[in-house]
Design a binder for this molecule. Structure first.
Ligand code: COA
Length: 343
């Protein structure tokens, strides 16, 4: 068992006038750091609900969602989840995991989440949790550290943090950026979170749709398989449906995407919501209005199923993609940031 002690400070000692020292002077706390135990789950849920209060993190009503998207995954390693305990109570946790994406050119370790109960923030607990998580990743061979999961380096929390995909850490979680910057990380990527309300009229008309309508058919169902075993582990857990636009004559695919019901977020936002990701138009069919037709068709379909919100995430650098979504009345609601540092 490891003990981390924040020692009381002599408030009158002129050599100790830092903010941290003054805070510590108000009272000493003893914090124990250890790795996850099975009995911790309800306490993790309690800390989650007190810690993550912004738009990108649904409230958890029981253990099930955390178990489903994190603890039940075969890649979950209890040693990667560090908890902080003070006075017998769990006060914070951090979770780290290695990315096993087969095409990474170097081993990437991911800090998937860090959270400290509000009453105990700015006392070094988050820093110690981060330090231990980084150490865990180094011991597993990480040559690059990434804070905030983003495909393909998002082993956990797809479905539970960030929205329809893993966008890194959201700007709406305002403490994330100063915290990681303080620890030597810099922003490598920004991801825009875009949403379209479906309980408002949808402009479906585009003259280019007329010939498209006759040539293509939309079908959907559970995908037979995803890209590879890693995508099954990351995205398979949200049980997506695959929508495919098919060429009636050749039977070949024209456009395709994955769509899932964002159950935890729907409940939190009080809006039945679907997430759309991996949206792709087959190269020979691009620049002819096919993407617009396909996305409009999907939105029309999900609107008929009484969903009232659709979400898509797109990297900040994808200008044409962002213009395309804006033209379909998607609105920017948040931005995710992926932080990196060398080991
Ligand atoms: C981010 C978080 C885990 C930091 O935990 P913490 O125990 O408060 O962190 P520390 O006390 O170790 O802070 C270390 C340094 O990070 C920086 N920092 C942390 N929180 C900050 C904030 N809200 N604003 C500005 N700087 C901050 C400071 O430089 C701080 O040093 P200082 O207190 O000497 O100025 C905590 O604020 C939190 O739980 N936030 C909500 C959850 C969240 O957004 N997590 C990140 C995304 S998953």
């Amino acid at each position: 068992m490891n003990l981390h002690v924040i020692v009381p400070v002599n408030y009158n000692d002129p050599s100790r006038k830092s903010r941290r020292a003054r805070r510590a002077a108000r009272g000493s706390i003893v914090v124990e750091f250890r790795t996850f135990r099975n009995t911790d789950t309800p306490r993790l849920v309690a800390v989650w609900n007190e810690t993550f209060t912004q738009r990108g993190t649904p409230r958890l009503v029981n253990n099930t969602t955390l178990e489903r998207y994190v603890l039940a995954k075969p890649i979950f390693d209890p040693k990667g989840l560090t908890v902080a305990v003070a006075d017998g109570k769990l006060v914070g946790w951090a979770h780290a995991g290695m990315s096993r994406h087969p095409f990474n050119t170097q081993p990437i370790g991911v800090i998937c989440l860090v959270g400290v109960r509000p009453a105990l923030r700015r006392q070094g607990i988050g820093s110690e949790l981060l330090k231990r998580s980084e150490q865990y990743l180094r011991e597993r061979g990480a040559q690059k550290l990434q804070a905030g999961g983003h495909w393909p380096n998002n082993p956990f929390y797809m479905g539970l943090y960030g929205g329809c995909e893993s966008p890194g850490f959201l700007q709406s979680d305002a403490s994330a950026e100063p915290f990681f910057v303080k620890h030597g990380y810099c922003v490598e990527q920004k991801v825009q979170v875009l949403q379209r309300k479906l309980d408002q009229p949808m402009k479906m008309f585009d003259p280019r749709f007329v010939p498209i309508r006759g040539r293509f058919d939309m079908v959907f169902g559970p995908p037979r398989h995803l890209l590879d075993a890693w995508q099954e582990l990351v995205h398979g857990w949200v049980d997506p449906l695959q929508f495919v636009l098919k060429d009636k004559q050749s039977g070949g695919w024209v456009a395709r995407t994955l769509v899932w019901e964002m159950d935890a977020f729907s409940f939190y936002w009080q809006r039945p919501t679907v997430g759309i990701f991996d949206f792709e138009v087959n190269a020979p069919y691009r620049k002819a209005g096919v993407g617009r037709y396909f996305l409009s068709l999907i939105m029309k379909y999900i609107q008929e199923q009484f969903f009232t919100l659709a979400e898509i995430q797109l990297e900040d650098t994808n200008g044409p993609g962002l213009d395309f979504l804006r033209s379909l009345d998607f609105e920017h609601v948040d931005t995710g940031q992926v932080f990196v540092r060398s080991v």
